[in-house]
Design a protein around this ligand. Structure first.
Ligand SMILES: [Zn+2]
Length: 643
């Protein structure tokens, strides 16, 4: 803490000052805070498991330990990987480099997807139909670009220009590493950048993409094909292993009509180069070190990271990302305690109870809408720790001696698994995060809140800590995820997860007005020189924090400590609650990463998450004696209250 600062002037520094000064971002990281420290702890725990598995000569063939160990051993065999150079993608480069016409281009777009080789041109996935959530349907979205956001192609300020240049250098380097003469490689970089720029211009903004109605466009496959005459979706879908589907959901129809035009207005030779680039960029992290280093040099310009993350860490993350529910079984056996689950279940029940009290007490909502909100709240399904039913990755071949094939195989296996869900009942036991993940999520179509084992540790959660610490930490995280069901986007889904309005017109208008005031509060936060928080992009997360912290506080007040005034280490229970919240969000971030996150991340920076919710809570003013004249002071009538 920094006790020389008044909490009412700068609560973030008051709660975290000494930590922030003594914990600079490590050279191999881009940000460093509570999340990163816990992630670092987990990745080291994972490393130990992976090393033990890889070194266990007695693991039975086909066992979880054997498969995990083999995958990691292959990933760490850098001598073999070095020797191969770019051999693993030679055939792909030659093949996509010889496409002759639009049809052949589209065939390759399908093949690269189904074989886990790349995902060019557009986005595709299979997911629940949000107006008919028991159906799994094929869904198309905008895509085809490489830089983190369309803005990076379209803006020409100094920061964007520098990144565009680094991207072109990266493209040039990868092509020259495959034997392409430098002049041609440079020309390729211009071709790819210009083509991706056109795709970027056709994309919707991140803010537009937050509207679940605008991005819900159902077409019959035949009708959609009429809007894109150069793309016959019936045959294209079949090539993408999607059969027996008459309809398709499209998030950005305009993107596809533009893409349709580009297909014929762009020379075939340019598409060849574009497809080669897609093969190259997907493979680069798994090839020899000259490819890996070029990839890092490029990412450095985006993130500011000083030193490359060590190989063991990258490969541990990769193992988690590809066969995470095999690794997860070994992880939870060692690091997840049943007592933690029992305590979490109890806290979730208390948070739901607190939320119920708060909904009932809202002074701006009609009884009619309250009833629907409560029905939704009581239909929430919590998932804690790890899945009831583990993914077995049946049919996925893993060899100890073939790293690149393992990565490809898992990409292909994942694709097949995804399309195999079509026509089947929705798998409600599925998890969207792996057990070691330090994060949590809400799914509107499932109406579920999910907390992987990885986040159920200090400083979010500590079975031995007092309630103030746990409710200000994981309690607020639980409240945050619940609030996503009631944020600007999630509130448009009903208790069954269906996108369907359940609000009276008057209540909805009031909600939008309240949301707009919160948006303006965050818009005013400046992050870096001229960059400020995007209140519209971060609105859902900010509603999540505001609703979540209020509910966590309400639940905390039901505990014995919440009702007492007994100080610990000189702080009252209420002070400890808000300090715990503040310490969860402490962190240092490299300026380059900050600039990128402001564009791409729907979460506000930690500093503003720390203060954004408390400055709207009367309890915070009382706990720290915040008075008019203090910098963070807001008049009672200006404090934002939603849930
Ligand atoms: Zn969130």
């Amino acid at each position: 803490m920094d006790l020389s600062v008044k909490p009412g002037d700068d609560f973030y520094t008051y709660a975290n000052g000494a930590w922030l000064r003594t914990n600079p971002v490590p050279a191999k990281e881009t940000r460093w805070g509570s999340f990163n420290q816990l992630r670092d702890f987990n990745i080291n725990a994972v490393k130990t498991i992976l090393n033990e598995s890889a070194n266990n000569k007695n693991a039975a063939a086909g066992s979880v330990e054997k498969r995990v160990g083999d995958f990691y051993a292959s990933a760490m065999d850098s001598a073999a990987i070095e020797k191969l150079g770019y051999t693993p993608i030679k055939a792909d480069l030659a093949r996509v480099g010889s496409v002759k016409d639009v049809n052949a281009i589209l065939n390759e777009v399908a093949t690269l997807r189904t074989t886990g080789t790349g995902s060019p041109m557009f986005g595709f996935y299979v997911g629940q139909d949000r107006k008919n959530v028991n159906n799994m349907v094929p869904q198309l979205s905008q895509g085809g670009t490489t830089l983190p956001d369309r803005d990076y192609y379209l803006k020409d300020d100094a920061r964007s220009t520098k990144i565009q240049q680094a991207y072109k250098t990266y493209i040039t380097t990868l092509f020259t590493l495959t034997g392409v003469p430098e002049a041609t490689a440079k020309k390729n970089a211009e071709t790819i950048f210009n083509l991706e720029k056109k795709l970027a211009a056709a994309q919707m903004s991140r803010v537009e993409m937050r509207d679940p109605y605008k991005t819900y466009n159902k077409f019959s496959v035949a009708d959609f094909s009429k809007t894109t005459p150069n793309m016959d979706w019936k045959s294209l879908m079949a090539k993408m292993k999607v059969t027996g589907q008459d309809t398709i959901l499209v998030s950005a129809p305009k993107f596809f009509t533009e893409l349709n035009g580009l297909l014929t207005s762009t020379p075939v030779a340019d598409w060849q180069t574009y497809l080669q680039w897609n093969v190259l960029k997907s493979a680069a992290p798994y090839l020899s070190s000259d490819f890996v280093n070029a990839n890092f040099a490029y990412s450095q310009v985006l993130s500011g990271q000083k030193v490359q993350t060590p190989r063991w860490q990258r490969m541990s993350s990769l193992t988690d990302g590809t066969i995470g529910e095999l690794l997860g079984q070994l992880y939870v056996a060692k690091h997840f305690k049943p007592e933690a689950k029992a305590r979490m279940d109890e806290m979730i029940a208390n948070l739901i109870k607190a939320y119920e009290i708060r909904i009932k007490g809202l002074d701006w909502m009609s009884a009619e809408t309250k009833e629907k909100a409560l029905a939704k709240l009581h239909a929430f399904r919590p998932k804690v720790g790890y899945p009831n039913k583990w993914e077995t990755y049946q049919g996925l071949a893993i060899s100890r001696n073939a790293f690149f094939e393992n990565v490809r195989n898992s990409g292909e296996w994942g694709y097949n698994k995804m399309v195999s869900q079509l026509g089947k009942p929705v798998d409600r036991e599925r998890w969207g995060m792996t057990p070691p993940t330090v994060n949590a999520y809400y799914s509107p179509v499932m109406n579920e809140i999910v907390f992987p084992a990885g986040i159920l540790q200090f400083p979010f959660f500590d079975p031995n800590a007092d309630d103030a610490v746990n409710y200000g930490g994981i309690g607020a995280v639980i409240g945050h995820e619940i609030s996503h069901g009631f944020d600007d986007s999630g509130s448009q889904y009903d208790k069954d997860g269906t996108l369907r309005n359940w609000w009276t017109a008057e209540d909805l208008a009031k909600f939008k007005e309240k949301a707009k005031a919160l948006q303006e509060q965050y818009d005013a936060y400046t992050v870096l020189d001229t960059i400020h928080v995007n209140g519209k992009l971060t609105l859902g997360e900010n509603i999540g924090d505001l609703g979540g912290l209020n509910a966590a506080y309400e639940a905390f007040k039901m505990t014995k400590q919440g009702k007492s005034k007994k100080k610990i280490d000189g702080f009252t229970p209420d002070q400890r609650f808000f300090l715990s919240w503040a310490q969860v969000w402490r962190g240092n971030t490299l300026p380059e990463t900050t600039a990128q996150l402001i564009v791409t991340d729907p979460h506000s920076p930690g500093e503003y998450r720390t203060i954004g919710a408390p400055v709207n809570m009367d309890a915070w003013y009382k706990a720290f004696n915040v008075k008019p004249g203090d910098k963070l002071y807001k008049k009672p009538e200006d404090r934002n209250k939603i849930w």
